[in-house]
Design a protein around this ligand. Structure first.
Ligand code: HEM
Length: 326
């Protein structure tokens, strides 16, 4: 009997340990993870991003988007950076990722880091740091990035398609997809504010201008006043032209996104859909011009997103080349 009791206690301990271990992955991240092993890690990433930004400030938006697309597929494990191989189509080559950019900045930072401290800093951490630096260089907020992520060895285009939100999605789908990553409805409203910087290809929204339900109609959620201007920029079937998502300030991180959405000018159906849920709608209206509170929230939500499904400790690896498994 005593033996049975001991056995039960032992098993309970093991169960508890495994819970601690599971949740311990995100807990394995900490601010200043490379302080001893590569003290210049963060400044090297910042200098690299800063160098490219000085030449072309539009580099910021793709870097921010890269971190989002990394985290939503298999967690923030750098899997978005891996190349396809003879027997595997990687995330990078999935339809929603064809418009991703900024890989060259990550590669340049990695090359500099491999010079300074070989085999120490993960590609997943470089992506997280570069996203932060990109936003702050664009006059947005800054936040402390927890580091210690390790790089995954698996990357699948099918998983990218299944996990990345579509610009045509309704609010219920968006909320569910964020919840599936441990992100709240508020995080959805906050992180959508990232669309205050960057560009979009016409085909990510032109169905709203020409053929919303297949009857040659327009999306009723789009402000009719915005339609002629967008039609002038995007002809039917145009898949190459890009337009600024926040016209006139697409390289400045500010609260204009909320102004645009509140006025019915959000570019994507998924932007407009924020007005179809009481909580996200309230967030949008409250943040027209509320810079301080948006900036604070954005940092908090980015830190949260950056902990999604991370690999830490002895899991994964530190890739030598961000596009290839070791
Ligand atoms: C809520 C669901 C979201 C959807 C449906 C969505 C969809 C899109 C689409 C379709 C584009 C344009 C792609 C193109 O045609 O070139 C885009 C661009 C962008 N997205 Fe999102 N997005 C979402 C959330 C986010 C989040 C959470 C972030 C970051 C935290 C983000 C950051 C960006 C940025 C910065 C760009 C501009 C990229 C560039 O200029 O190259 N998005 N997004």
């Amino acid at each position: 009997m005593a033996l049975k009791h001991q056995m039960v206690v032992f098993l309970l301990h093991m169960a508890l340990l495994s819970v601690v271990f599971e949740t311990g992955n995100a807990a394995g991240l900490k601010v200043g993870f490379y302080q001893k092993t590569c003290p210049k890690a963060e400044s090297i990433v910042r200098q690299t991003v800063g160098g490219y930004f000085a030449k072309d400030p539009t580099v910021s938006a793709p870097l921010l988007r890269l971190h989002f697309h990394d985290c939503f597929v298999r967690g923030c494990d750098g899997s978005v950076l891996l190349n396809s191989t003879a027997d595997n189509v990687a995330e990078k080559d999935a339809a929603p990722n064809m418009s991703l950019d900024g890989f060259f900045v990550i590669d340049a930072a990695k090359a500099a880091l491999e010079q300074a401290c070989p085999g120490v800093v993960s590609c997943a951490d470089i992506v997280a740091l570069a996203a932060r630096d990109a936003v702050s260089l664009s006059q947005g907020p800054s936040w402390q990035v927890k580091t210690g992520r390790r790089d995954g060895r698996v990357s699948s285009a099918a998983e990218a398609v299944a996990n990345l939100p579509s610009s045509f999605a309704e609010i219920s789908t968006l909320k569910a997809q964020f919840a599936g990553k441990g992100l709240s409805t508020k995080d959805l409203a906050v992180l959508s504010g990232a669309h205050t910087i960057g560009n979009s290809h016409c085909n990510s929204f032109s169905n709203r201008l020409y053929n919303y339900t297949g009857k040659g109609d327009v999306d009723p959620l789009l402000n009719p006043k915005r339609i002629p201007e967008l039609r002038a920029q995007c002809k039917p079937g145009d898949a190459t032209t890009v337009v600024e998502m926040d016209p006139g300030s697409a390289t400045t991180f500010d609260t204009h996104y909320y102004q645009q959405v509140a006025a019915g000018n959000g570019l994507f159906h998924s932007d407009a859909a924020l007005l179809r849920d009481p909580l996200t709608k309230k967030y949008v209206y409250q943040h027209v011009g509320a810079t301080a509170s948006f900036f604070r929230d954005f940092g908090v939500s980015m830190v949260k997103m950056g902990m999604t499904g991370v690999l830490t400790g002895t899991h994964g690896e530190i890739r030598k080349n961000c596009a290839l498994v070791n």
